[in-house]
Design a protein around this ligand. Sequence first.
Ligand SMILES: C[S@@+](CC[C@H](N)C(=O)[O-])C[C@H]1O[C@@H](n2cnc3c(N)ncnc32)[C@H](O)[C@@H]1O
Length: 320
Amino acid sequence: MKDTEPSYTAFMLAVSQVLLHTHPEERNRRLVNDEMATMSQWFVDECAHQTADPKFDASQYTVESVNQDYTNLVQVDILRKHVFEKNIRKAIADGATQVVILGGGFDTLVMRLRKHFPEVQFFEIDHPSTSVVKKAVIEKKKAEYPDIDGPNAHYIAADFEKTSLKELLEKEKSFKPDSKTAFMAEGVLFYLRESTVRGILTDINTLGGLGSQVIVETLDAINSSAQDQQLAADVASVGEDQRWALDPAQAKRFFEMYGLSTRDVNDHRDRQVGFATDAEMASVRQQEGAKTYTLELTSKLGRLSHYERPDRTAAWDASR
Ligand SMILES: C[S@@+](CC[C@H](N)C(=O)[O-])C[C@H]1O[C@@H](n2cnc3c(N)ncnc32)[C@H](O)[C@@H]1O
């Protein structure tokens, strides 16, 4: 992450939503509702200077490049938003009283959902370079759109590589440890070191109540396809290197170490259900190189969590 500029990938996700919402084809427009598009436009305007970054290949972010069968990067990333939101809404319906969003970027979920669930506390954490910009935009817009902010929306500026999730949430007066919570990390964990990801999962185990839901996206492997290699090179060029991947064959066991049982695994093909035509579904690749796991906190590690905290993977990280 660059310390001085907001996340480029968060910015491009805002760009993607505006692009799809105004696309000539209805099948693309319906991926982004009016509220998502209006709010995303605020961040596009705020960070417009970033589009001038000569290092980033923006060739996939054009009307022509998304004019195809939901396999363009723009479409893939925004379909992912539907999976996350569906899971968060379900977790709330199932009794979650808190939502914790890791690396929220310029996502609009808290601004849109908080008014519908006033009894739910939303905590969104992001790197200071992005969080500060997001908060400034919200401050600017809330006179005109008062619903976007309120006492149940909490924005926390922090670098996960420097401060633990536990430390951050324990400082929040409205955060209630051991309550049923929905944690989500959309397009975030693969930018972190493995030891940081393990620390986050340990903290989720410590802080969440049994029955908490955890929705995370992981890469199956770093640079697993030509498209991924290009993307990895692009995002590394703007300071966001991919650092961590999770072999799907190991995933269930990996999450179990943190008391998390796998309830659902979603890949790019699954994300298209309800959007793509039957003919398109028939030709879509099963594997996209990334997965969204829906996990449930089914056992607490207790004292073991303190034992897990020492940086067992420091040597692994040092070799990266
Ligand atoms: C691809 S964007 C995803 C944004 C958002 N989750 C979404 O899907 O719209 C990645 C986000 O992770 C955040 N991030 C990356 N490394 C981080 C770190 N070390 N600490 C905190 N946030 C980080 C970035 O600031 C950025 O907002």
